[in-house]
Design a protein around this ligand. Structure first.
Ligand SMILES: Nc1nc2c(ncn2[C@@H]2O[C@H](COP(=O)(O)OP(=O)(O)O)[C@@H](O)[C@H]2O)c(=O)[nH]1
Ligand SMILES: [Mg+2]
Length: 340
């Protein structure tokens, strides 16, 4: 039995146990998430995505350290890390370049790092990730860094979940233009050229700048009013339009040495402030919750429908469909409304 007060006050053992429940998709885990919901919605969720080897894990470690030891005069923030990338070497100990080692962050109660087990995909990777993030949010972690390996759907999922999405690129990852996939610019709130110490880094930066410029021009053409509308189904009122404009900056880092990482942290904070002041924070939350409810509703309706429909009717309809006696549309009609 998970105790809600224990989670809320950040008890590490209770959190650990609950994370495992959620990864395993247990009903206990689901029930607890349900109870925790009113206590969520405070954390800044930051997604970090990019091709394998671009330096996501190294950068996430360094960012976590930076949040704990900010050089300027802000207070340190508490940080949780969720690594969805199964190859992430978080649990392995010292992987953190030369200056920061795991021990710098390991004994710190203000940091909690969780690598998601591969079985985390049992209930759907995106859903499980969202569950883990909710736990950390309820437990009072102020910043939640989520590392996902950049691969199609995972990128879109992280952009849905995160308030701020970082897209990492690095030189020497093959044909530079090809590695920057279509669609990636649409989800990036901040573009990061990591491994800026490596040969070809300036070239990667230039290519990315060109792509972004071209993307912006196309986007302007498409939208006619020169600004991005991240939520096309929730149009902004005229008065809000100018305030809602965010041009994704391109930042450069050397995650192994920490160069550029405090500036990146500043950039992330700037995006957060932008979201709050333009009220997009609330809009983004609203969209996410709507999507979550829609997904659950779909699943629940399907389950209820299955339970109330005879499996012989289902099988019979399918076999008619396979023999092409009826079309898929007709099959759905038959299943929902009977033979009318
Ligand atoms: N030279 C250099 N190497 C880096 C940098 N960031 C990460 N690496 C190295 O790149 C490799 C892959 O890093 P990792 O963080 O595991 O990448 P991930 O697959 O995106 O999570 C490791 O050997 C890192 O030490 C960087 O800024 N400069
Ligand atoms: Mg990794």
């Amino acid at each position: 039995m998970t105790s809600i007060p224990e989670i809320l006050k950040g008890d590490r053992l209770a959190i650990s146990r609950l994370l495992t429940e959620i990864e395993n998709g247990t009903s206990e885990g689901k029930r607890t998430l349900n109870d925790l919901f009113p206590h969520t919605g405070k954390a800044h969720i930051v997604g970090i995505t990019g091709a394998p080897g671009t330096g996501k894990s190294t950068l996430v470690n360094r960012l976590a350290y930076e949040y704990r030891h900010p050089s300027k005069d802000h207070p340190p923030l508490t940080v949780a890390v969720v690594a969805v990338d199964p190859t992430s070497p978080f649990s392995g100990g010292a992987v953190l370049g030369d200056r920061i080692r795991m021990r710098d962050v390991a004994g710190d109660p203000g940091i909690f790092i969780r690598s998601m087990a591969s079985r985390g995909s049992l209930g759907g990777l995106a859903q499980t990730t969202a569950g883990l993030v909710q736990v950390f949010d309820a437990a009072g972690f102020e910043v939640i860094l989520v590392e996902t390996v950049g691969a199609g759907q995972a990128e879109v999922d992280i952009a849905d979940l995160a308030h701020t999405t970082l897209v990492l690129e690095a030189p020497g990852m093959g044909d530079d233009v090809q590695t920057i996939k279509a669609g990636i610019l649409e989800i990036a709130d901040i573009l990061v050229v990591n491994k800026f110490d490596r040969p070809g880094a300036k070239n990667t930066l230039r290519l990315l700048k060109n792509m972004l410029r071209q993307f912006d021009a196309e986007e302007r053409n498409r939208l006619h009013h020169g600004q991005r509308t991240p939520f096309p189904d929730l149009p902004l009122p005229e008065s809000e339009k100018n305030k809602a404009c965010w041009d994704p900056p391109i930042m450069t880092t050397v995650a192994t040495s920490g160069e550029g990482v405090s500036e990146l942290m500043e950039g992330i904070t700037k995006h957060r402030n932008f979201l709050l002041s333009s009220k997009q924070w609330t809009r983004k939350e609203g969209q996410r919750i709507k999507r979550e409810v829609d997904t659950m509703l779909q699943q629940e309706l399907l389950t209820r429908w299955r339970d109330s429909t005879s499996s012989t009717l289902y099988q019979r309809t399918l076999s008619k469909l396979i023999k092409r006696e009826i079309s898929p549309q007709r099959a759905v009609r038959l299943l929902l409304e009977g033979d009318q």
